[in-house]
Design a protein around this ligand. Sequence first.
Ligand code: PLP
Length: 400
Amino acid sequence: MTISKIATRNKMTASLNMDKIFAETADPKNISFGMGLPDKTIFPDQALKTSFMNTFNNQGPDIFQYHSTQGPVALRNKIVSLVKKYYHIDVNGSNIILTQGGQQAIDIVGRTFLNKNDHIVVEGPTYMGALEAFDGYEPIYHEVNVEHDGMDMTVLEQILSETPNIKFVYTIPDFQNPTGATMSLAKRKTLIQLAEKYDFYIVEDSPYRYLRYSGQEEPSLADLDTNGRVILISSFSKILSPALRTGWLIANDELTSIFLSVKAALDVQPSHINLMAIDDFLEHHNIDRHIAKINTLYREKCLAMCDNLDKYLPEKATYIRPEGGFFVWVTLPESFDTTNLLLDSILQDANVVYVPSELQYASRSIKNKFRLNFTNSSYEQIETGIKKLSEALEAVLQLS
Ligand SMILES: Cc1ncc(COP(=O)(O)O)c(C=O)c1O
């Protein structure tokens, strides 16, 4: 009886075995390359604890009061400096809105722009959490395949020329989740030009830009934008701690005021306690040094995963070597369905969890790929897990 009452938009992802797969990632008998978790040993836990204590000691009862929807000016001004360094953009603190992680920022964008059956473009594959957020507004998705250097711009232009009123293009240009691909400079420029030509917004979702292990940085889309078309989303989740649930939205003046009223309707304000503790942390610690430390650790882990994939992965499987971020993307021959494979054999034979590609495409049409996370496992788990996974894959690939 209950299910028949549920809005159809909430049933969209129910058939994908997502809950089962995520339950397996938490089972200690498995090695999980599934969730995109940071390595908890790198969290500055003692310093954060001190910052929370400072916040309670210095702010008095005011810390427990209601505060602004946008978030404290002091922290927004520190984010101004952060994005100047990492995105090379000059923004005003009044154009920044603090959100409950990047996830809420994505939801705010969906809620602001989308009527049912509105058209949007997403990358194929893309971040599952963004699809879940957008699904709630029942858009019509147009999916553009991601190549080693970002979205296929020919396909994008084809879609734009055939579809009037695309509201926005959602992209993760740096170390994309899940492929790890980074958009080339030429494609970034093309995307900005297309936004002008066909009149759409670009949602630049960018939680991984700080985490580069090799290669050359490209300008952010927000940096290339001259016309207020880029909405930039980022977060402290990957560079400080995801438990702080703190991300932000940066947009032009007009959008900022609309986003603020949408945000107020959602949750009135972000957690002032968390924001003031982050502000204290940034006041007393050098975030760039901390980011450099994270890069050193993850560079090694990324290398360890890629070296083991080079050593063990069957020849019929390929992967993209990322220059940063959290993920490696593996492709099997087209006839394979990595959801069934995981549930039917990989879990039993290898005790390894990955995220099947089906969940990461709006179209749910591509099934022969999967995502591996390398930041959360130990070096031993990376070596053992990739070896066992490769052996299990070898066995099924030989049968094909
Ligand atoms: C591309 C992308 N965007 C947004 C998020 C949301 O992160 P958070 O809400 O923790 O900031 C994630 C998390 O993994 C992500 O990969």
